[in-house]
Design a protein around this ligand. Structure first.
Ligand code: SF4
Length: 331
């Protein structure tokens, strides 16, 4: 890959974006990032590509090159509407698969196919088939954080933003909810239905503890704490609000608290700071190593090479696509 330079032209076009990330990106780092951001944005236009970026991407991706940002549900919805020929997913592998399921005729690219997820890796299609034998007739809801192969074995998908609504939309009094045990218990606490769960967990959210929340509260007066439902129940109990990353953003927008701790992946706070200058974001330290495999350098290379592309066999795509579409049809 050629060395990209921080020329006058790069400076002119890219520097206005620096405002949104200068609280976390040094000027030296910016001189490198700016050149990549400039090149990616040029190439993206030339190739009619769109970049979807999850809220956990680094600020240089989130503010520098993304056309659409959001949580898994938001990205899945936007993936359906795009007119672009090429979709680059800055997120983890299951998100790119979801985009492909919804856009089978488009080129869907993940800049690093090794960007996995501890939840997606916690369950296999065989596990789902075994559960179906054990609980005949019980509908299976799967969190979107699963492989297409697993989605193909399930009845309907959900995200952390709509999990309760999806479970409530089913007629059965018993529901198998996979694979995140903490999101399952969050839903079980809020529904009359019996929830049968699995043993998966998110390696990032699982690490938060109630004692850590207490320590933050002791050191920062008037602290508002909002947590992602992939956190353990004790952490949610110690928080003031629980919701998906998109719901967390809505919360900050609506309440504009003086001090806030977002109990989720650390880039969330970095990405929101510039939009809410009157809010003091207390930063947690938990980082997702899978999300951080996506870098500007890899995004540029993937645009140049038009790969690595996401491929799903027709048989799996048809069944997994139905699970995702059923979720999107629930209003
Ligand atoms: S933050 Fe957790 S759920 Fe999200 S991709 Fe990373 S490991 Fe998976």
């Amino acid at each position: 890959m050629p060395v990209i330079e921080y020329t006058k032209e790069v400076k002119r076009i890219a520097d206005p974006l620096y405002e949104k990330m200068k609280h976390v990106v040094s000027e030296v780092e910016w001189s490198v990032y700016a050149a990549y951001i400039y090149s990616i944005n040029q190439l993206k236009k030339e190739k009619n590509a769109v970049i979807l970026a999850h809220n956990y991407m680094t600020p240089q991706i989130f503010h520098g090159i993304a056309d659409i940002t959001g949580d898994s549900l938001g990205l899945a919805r936007e993936a359906v509407n795009t007119e672009a020929d090429i979709i680059i997913v800055c997120g983890v592998h299951f998100m790119a698969e979801t985009a492909k399921l919804l856009n089978p005729d488009k080129i869907v690219i993940i800049p690093d196919p090794a960007a996995g997820c501890s939840l997606a890796e916690s369950i296999t299609p065989e596990d789902v088939r075994t559960l179906r034998v054990k609980y005949p007739g019980v509908p299976v809801v799967t969190y979107v954080n699963t492989s297409a192969d697993v989605k193909a074995e399930c009845d309907i998908c959900c995200t952390s933003g709509n999990a309760l609504k999806i479970v409530e939309s089913l007629e059965s009094d018993r529901v198998i909810f996979l694979p995140d045990r903490h999101l399952a218990s969050y839903v079980a606490y809020r529904t009359e239905k019996e929830i049968i769960t699995w043993t998966g967990s998110c390696e990032v959210h699982e690490k938060f503890t109630p004692a850590e929340i207490d320590r933050f509260r002791e050191s920062v007066p008037e602290l508002t704490v909002i947590a992602h439902p992939e956190c353990p129940p004790g952490v949610l109990n110690a928080s003031d609000y629980a919701g998906s990353t998109a719901q967390m953003i809505d919360f900050v927008e609506m309440k504009q608290p003086e001090n806030i701790l977002m109990v989720t992946e650390c880039s969330m706070s970095d990405n929101l700071t510039s939009s809410f200058p009157n809010v003091n974001f207390i930063r947690p330290y938990n980082m997702c190593p899978h999300m951080k495999l996506i870098t500007l350098e890899k995004v540029l290379k993937s645009l140049e090479d038009l790969g690595p592309v996401v491929e799903i066999s027709d048989n799996v795509a048809e069944r997994a696509g139905l699970s995702v579409e059923r979720m999107l049809a629930v209003k």
